[in-house]
Ligand binder design. Structure first.
Ligand code: D5M
Ligand code: ZN
Ligand code: FE
Length: 519
């Protein structure tokens, strides 16, 4: 509808309308419906319709639900087939559905991403540089809280015990944990390294608080230790532990409006991919729901974030081909592309990869390749894993979360059932994936992309297939669950997923609502 059409519509009904009101109607994403609404509700005493007579808010809150939302054909659920037929049709937006953001720009800025910046070829010096980068950035954070000396200087002072001057008995060092063991008495001996040397520190069992703190350590984390040296100068008895942890008070964050939907681990192509709940979710994104509360949320959505495992992939675990409904990985992405094409274009989508996706397994992973990106519509932005994005002022760190496997195995109290506990560890140690040489294969890039340098507003992970939402200090931690029901493989390793649940974050308040599409 152009300006003349709008003007004519009002004149035909005997009304005059101001140019500003015409502009407002023309800039709306459903001008025709808006004209009808204004005409229906106008007070008869109004002679000239102006902006103040156009109540966009009540217009937007009207939702007519299309009852016949979609039809599922049986073919899609009938088992493995390398050539699939796409039967789901997203509903056209129901009449009267108005997103509050269809005419609002939802900008995305990528703040950190390995894509196109990978330099690593696996040489020895690259490992040195990678760990130096980690050490420098994390030790700088700790150094702002304690006065630490290089380890080399302890060795020089060996035997003198730093007892010469008043406060000299207590010293601090900052090191990367290279080894941890228990003594026969149950104390912990931790070997730490800085660029100048290595040293052993002892945490006594009797120092309960310190001992508890140290039970959360994993290899290759950077930690500050303050304590006294033993008489022979070979060991520090720890009195205080300083982690790089988040500051007690974060700088004020930028607020914006609208909502972001966080999801991950869709696993399209798996025979336990939950197609019907996923399609209900697509309906919801299209405003097609008979639930008023859901419809109201739907209107507010500006962003959809996917933190990895978009498809199930092929050859990821032994016997996986028995559990696939789409055998070809390109067909899996093709189908994913078709699904994402059905999401309204005003919703900006970000997709980062996970361990089931078709990029290198070594992390950080770059974004999906062009041959796959081509299947997707223009409102999708592809980023690497991990990456940091700015959504109109709200900073989100996305990381698939493979390291959670390592943290569950190494840290007491961290479990698959409660995934945000692992994310709290990441925040305390300001690192997404510290352990080198365990389940996460780490590529030694020049910069350690896993260091949490600038504090994000939200950390979004996936991988473990369980939903979790928790605040740690000023950061919102979200694990966004999955769209895959329990696989035979997961049964064997006792992974119990909470599928088809979706956290939706309000970008002004960061309040989170979990929507359930499985019932
Ligand atoms: O991982 C889905 C879930 O399965 C996640 O919680 C990790 C878990 N998982 C994956 N592989 C293993 C093995 N080998 N042992 C135990 N648990 C495992 P996804 O990567 O999405 O398939
Ligand atoms: Zn997964
Ligand atoms: Fe995964």
């Amino acid at each position: 509808m152009n300006e003349i059409d709008v003007l004519t519509a009002f004149i035909e009904e005997g009304y005059q309308i101001s140019p500003e009101a015409v502009d407002l109607i023309c800039s709306h994403c459903s001008p025709k419906e808006l004209v009808a609404y204004v005409l229906e509700n106008i007070d008869l005493s109004v002679l000239v319709i102006d902006v103040e007579h156009i109540d966009l808010e009540s217009f937007s809150s009207l939702t007519h639900v299309n009852e016949e939302s979609f039809h599922l054909s049986d073919e899609l659920t009938s088992g493995a087939d390398s050539s699939y037929e796409h039967s789901y049709q997203a509903p056209s937006m129901p009449e009267g559905f108005q997103s509050n953001y269809c005419n609002v720009e939802s900008p995305i800025a990528i703040l950190s991403d390995i894509t196109d910046n990978s330099t690593c070829v696996g040489e020895y010096m690259e490992f040195v540089q990678f760990f130096r980068n980690r050490y420098t950035r994390l030790s700088d954070i700790i150094r702002s809280r304690i006065t630490a000396r290089p380890i080399e200087s302890l060795k020089k002072g060996k035997g003198t015990n730093f007892r010469g001057s008043k406060d000299a008995s207590e010293i601090s060092i900052i090191g990367m944990i290279s080894d941890m063991k228990s003594t026969s008495n149950g104390h912990k001996i931790i070997e730490v390294e800085d660029p100048t040397g290595s040293f052993s520190v002892l945490i006594r069992m009797a120092d309960k608080e310190l001992f508890e703190q140290a039970s959360h350590f994993v290899l290759d984390e950077v930690v500050g230790f303050t304590g006294n040296l033993t008489n022979d100068g070979n060991l520090m008895i720890v009195q205080k532990i300083t982690l790089p942890d988040l500051p007690a008070v974060n700088p004020k964050r930028t607020k914006t409006s609208g909502k972001a939907v966080l999801t991950s681990d869709i696993h399209i192509g798996s025979n336990t991919f939950l197609e019907e709940p996923w399609e209900r979710f697509l309906d919801f994104l299209n405003g097609d729901t008979d639930n008023e509360a859901l419809a109201a949320i739907s209107k507010e959505i500006r962003y959809l974030l996917v933190a990895g495992d978009l498809v199930d992939g092929v050859g990821i675990y032994p016997g996986q081909d028995e559990e696939l409904s789409i055998l070809d990985v390109y067909d899996q992405y093709k189908k994913a592309g078709e699904y994402f094409s059905m999401i309204p274009k005003h919703i900006k989508i970000i997709i980062s990869p996970g361990n089931h996706d078709a990029v290198r397994q070594a992390e950080p992973q770059p974004r999906l390749p062009e041959s796959i990106r081509d299947y997707f519509p223009e409102n999708v932005t592809f980023v690497g894993n991990p990456s940091i994005v700015d959504l109109d002022g709200v900073k989100v760190m996305l990381y698939h979360g493979r390291s959670i496997d390592d943290l569950v195995a190494a840290v007491p109290g961290v479990s698959y059932a409660d995934p945000t506990k692992a994310m709290v560890e990441m925040m305390k140690f300001r690192h997404l994936s510290p352990i080198y040489g365990s389940r996460v294969s780490i590529a030694p890039e020049k910069k350690d992309y896993f260091v949490i340098g600038n504090v994000p507003d939200i950390l979004h992970c996936g991988h473990v297939h369980t939903v979790g939402v928790e605040w740690y200090k000023n950061v919102l931690l979200i694990n966004s669950g999955t769209w895959q029901d329990q696989t035979e493989f997961q049964k064997r390793v006792n992974v119990v997923p909470t599928p088809a649940q979706v956290p939706v974050v309000d970008l002004e308040t960061l309040k989170t609502t979990i929507l359930k599409f499985n019932e």
